[in-house]
Design a protein around this ligand. Structure first.
Ligand SMILES: *Cc1c(COP(=O)(O)O)cnc(C)c1O
Length: 371
């Protein structure tokens, strides 16, 4: 017997740091014995799920003794929505699962994946878990005129070498909120060799202004190495059910299907996702409240003399010019949960999920007190 079980774990896993989720309201209130807390920490939709989704869950609840079906109905609906064939769709237990499936399918310890500084925390975790190398590209500088801390296409390309099998691009990116224009993305994709899988993570795409929304069906035809991931966790407000998907060419979808678990998405999640797609009004309403909240927060930050990063998501990262974790803790004492991003090498930033107007006002008021 060796000294510890950790020594028995694979090399990649030995060096892994687990993902830290945002604190929940229940957890905070239990710890501090307070009530009326608000959580603006995990980019969840503050309006809650669609009423249609809730009815679908109720209707399907009595059938959970059966294994879920393979996602035929949901895949078909998504295929219609995106003007692709159902064979292009892979369902995941959250889009996070798809990110993991791609690394398991394409990376070994001899391979590398490329992503940017300040990009989504799950990329380094899934790459490390299979023992592959991470090639991290420099982001744009903090004093960049239009896109501070944004992805730099040239820097990303420079990290691609013969060992590279995957490049991850989040658009908009979390936690920065920054994005690349469709032209910039298309130009970048056209310079990437076809034996490198491009994972384009569009978790927040519904929140983007129309003029920067990616032309997906065109790109999927143009770039056979493109895997687009999307989720029901953000604007569709089903984060707790864990359901997401990818759109890719059928050959890649077939590969992802080989590595996924037989019943990776559950029946209630599938039913709720289908119903949510029918509630366009809920999406429109959520985006419009988000846009109003974004303008409110940006205005308030400017008034306080705080710089913030441009965002196309349902969150905004603000430079608080002091230790973000300490400020986060003072906000917690007042029942306001936001997200410190020191783990992203952004120690002076806080990431705020855009809430309802009432939540945003409560946050700003509390922030003024705590600064
Ligand atoms: C929230 C988020 C996701 C979604 O994850 P799910 O597993 O679908 O809940 C994916 N990518 C990014 C960049 C995110 O911020």
């Amino acid at each position: 017997m060796s000294n510890s079980f950790l020594e028995l774990a694979t090399q990649g896993i030995q060096k892994l740091t687990p993902y830290q989720p945002g604190k929940s309201v229940d957890e905070l209130e239990r710890e501090l014995g307070i009530s009326n807390s608000i959580k603006l920490a995990s980019n969840e939709n503050p309006l809650g799920p669609s009423a249609l989704a809730l009815s679908a869950i109720e209707e399907n609840a009595s059938s959970i003794n059966y294994y879920p079906e393979g996602g035929y109905a949901l895949s078909n609906k998504l295929a219609l929505l995106h003007q692709v064939d159902p064979a292009n769709i892979t369902l995941g237990n959250g889009s996070n699962e798809i990110l993991e499936l791609v690394t398991r399918a394409f990376l070994t310890p001899q391979h590398s994946a490329v992503f940017s500084e300040y990009s989504f925390a799950v990329y380094p975790i899934v790459v490390q878990a299979v023992g592959a190398k991470a090639h991290v590209a420099k982001a744009l500088p903090e004093d960049h005129e239009t896109m501070p801390l944004g992805h730099d296409p040239d820097a990303l390309l420079a990290q691609v070498d013969d060992s590279t099998r995957i490049i991850f691009i989040a658009n908009p990116n979390n936690p920065t909120g920054t994005w690349l224009t469709p032209d910039a993305l298309e130009n970048l994709f056209s310079r990437i060799a076809q034996d490198v899988i491009i994972v384009l993570d569009l978790a927040y795409t519904e929140y983007m202004d129309d003029d920067v929304k990616p032309p997906l069906s065109k790109w999927l035809q143009q770039f056979p190495n493109l895997v687009v991931t999307q989720t029901f966790s953000k604007v569709y407000a089903l984060a707790g059910l864990r359901i997401g998907y990818s759109i890719s060419n059928p050959e890649i979808a077939d590969i992802l299907n080989r590595v996924r678990q037989p019943f990776n998405t559950n029946s209630l999640a599938q039913a709720a996702a289908i119903a949510s797609l029918d509630d366009e009004e809920h999406v429109i309403n959520s985006v419009s409240i988000n846009n109003a909240g974004k303008a409110y927060l940006q205005h308030a930050f400017s008034e306080m003399g705080l710089r913030y990063l441009p965002t196309m998501g349902n969150f905004i990262s603000v430079n608080v010019e002091q230790d973000g974790v300490a400020l986060y803790q003072r906000l917690l004492q007042q029942g306001v949960i936001v997200r410190p991003v020191a783990n992203y090498s952004m120690p002076e930033y806080l990431r705020i999920t855009i809430g309802t107007q009432q939540q945003n006002e409560r946050f700003i008021e509390t922030l003024r007190q705590c600064l």
